[in-house]
Design a protein around this ligand. Structure first.
Ligand SMILES: NC(=O)c1ccc[n+]([C@@H]2O[C@H](COP(=O)([O-])OP(=O)(O)OC[C@H]3O[C@@H](n4cnc5c(N)ncnc54)[C@H](O)[C@@H]3O)[C@@H](O)[C@H]2O)c1
Length: 432
């Protein structure tokens, strides 16, 4: 099939390259000329395990192409995926859909034959209705169909998630589009993905409800961890103990910093805003957002306590600054709150992240990026494990700190407390 991905970010690039690998002709379009030129040269704009090999292979085979020419790319394609960003509005009131609507206007100028237009971006309920209205101002309704096909991939595991999804959700009442999409996804369905056909609004809401539920699970275990810290219990035991109940499930039950990333923070806020419009009070999700917003301050209070209320001039090392491991994505990472706070309080901070230095910290006082774990850790008073990269699990603290005067705040609980303590170091975890 001939596909066009509009927006070549995490979702557009990963799904575009995976569709091309399944044998389709795919054009990934972006308005960012630099990004497209780099991709044509084989330079991948994001860190995502396995992505580079797959892009190079399919670009070489000419099944995958990159372009900035939106109109031409739409004309050449049968199925158009909208994969542009839907960030939170500047005033905080719900999703900013300006990128989506601007793309809809562009599409309406380029429809030369029947097109299936799909929102893969996460969009509030009834956005599909609005897209249909915008496009039908210029194009006869028989010449296009607007479908919702939300994407559930996770950064860091995006390719595997795309190829082996739990489910493919298609929201449309149009039989022709449904059949085309069933064919497109047939290779994934044959590997076990469930194909779920709903109306468009339901598909839009499935995505928000999923993210809100997962954010709730994380926040739930984070709050239980707070209780564990006061009662001499290891939250890891609780996670195992409740996670083995099949009604609950063990995933997304690891206590740690506030959830971040490009999805949960904005999507929880957006579903609340949608519900408000319909005068529905999503009180559970509201309290999740509130609890998560307070989480970084809570963890910073613990840092203060660990350092005996003396942050000034303390050497603090952050291992990992992205919102989670295996991604370079800094969006809504809790380090964006923690590092500026500690720098303001006079701490001397070094950080190491396997995906390199971050411009977000470039202008902060006393914040330096190290090029190796050992350089970052050496001489520190406190090491904070902020993300759970495998690289950090095998650090030989004994070799780096013969003096044993080191405190370790393991915000991801990647170490066994007793093991670290037996080496003579002071260990602090989350909820333990
Ligand atoms: N990142 C994830 O893990 C993830 C997972 C599932 C769903 N989503 C959803 O997918 C959508 C995209 O997220 P992302 O993380 O890939 O965003 P992103 O910011 O990485 O990429 C969006 C891209 O769209 C491009 N763009 C914007 N307007 C354009 C236009 N008019 N024409 C061409 N290109 C344009 C931007 O230049 C950018 O490269 C969001 O709605 C998000 O919520 C994201």
């Amino acid at each position: 099939m001939k596909l066009c991905m509009i927006g070549t970010g995490y979702v557009g690039l990963v799904s575009g390259v995976c569709f091309s690998d399944l044998g389709n002709d795919v054009i990934c379009v972006d308005k960012d000329e630099k990004k497209i030129n780099n991709l044509k040269k084989g330079n991948i704009p994001i860190y995502e395990p396995g992505l580079e090999e797959l892009v190079l292979k399919n670009y070489k085979n000419k099944r995958l192409n990159f372009s900035t020419n939106l109109q031409n790319s739409i004309k050449k394609s049968d199925i158009i995926f909208i994969c542009v960003g839907t960030p939170t509005k500047k005033n905080g009131s719900g999703a900013d859909l300006s990128q989506i609507y601007s793309v809809a206007n562009e599409i309406s100028k380029s429809i030369n034959k029947f097109k299936v237009i799909i929102t893969k971006s996460t969009v509030p309920v009834m956005t599909g209705d609005e897209l249909e209205k915008i496009i039908s101002k210029k194009v006869n309704k028989k010449k296009f169909s607007v479908v919702s096909n939300p994407e559930f991939l996770r950064e860091g595991e995006a390719i595997r998630d795309f190829i082996y999804p739990d489910r493919v959700v298609i929201g449309t009442n149009d039989k022709k589009s449904n059949l085309m999409l069933k064919n497109l996804y047939a290779p994934l369905i044959s590997k076990g993905a469930k194909y779920i056909s709903t109306n468009r609004r339901a598909a839009e809401l499935i995505k928000y409800a999923s993210n809100a539920f997962l954010a709730t699970k994380i926040t739930f275990i984070n709050e239980i961890a707070n209780l564990c810290e006061k009662t001499g219990i290891d939250v890891e035991d609780i996670s195992i103990g409740i996670g083995l109940d099949k009604r609950i499930g063990s995933r997304f039950l690891r206590a740690g910093p506030a959830y971040g990333g490009s999805c949960f923070p904005k999507d929880t806020k957006a579903i609340i805003s949608t519900a408000n419009k319909f005068k529905i009070n999503l009180s559970v999700i509201k309290s999740v957002v509130k609890s998560n917003t307070q989480r970084s301050s809570l963890l910073l209070n613990r840092v203060n306590h660990i350092l005996n209320n003396k942050i000034k001039n303390k050497k603090i090392c952050f291992l990992g600054v992205t919102f989670k491991a295996n991604t370079d994505d800094m969006r809504d990472s809790s380090s964006l709150e923690m590092i500026p706070y500690l720098s303001k309080k006079g701490a001397k901070i070094k950080y190491y992240d396997p995906t390199g230095s971050k411009q977000e910290f470039a202008k902060l006082k006393n914040v330096l990026c190290s090029s190796s774990i050992s350089d970052a850790v050496k001489g520190s008073d406190l090491v904070i494990i902020h993300t759970e990269w495998n690289d950090f699990k095998s650090i030989n603290f004994k070799r780096l700190f013969p003096s044993k005067k080191l405190k370790i705040y393991d915000m991801r609980n990647i170490f066994q407390p007793n093991k670290i303590k037996s080496l003579g170091f002071k260990y602090f975890g989350v909820g333990r």
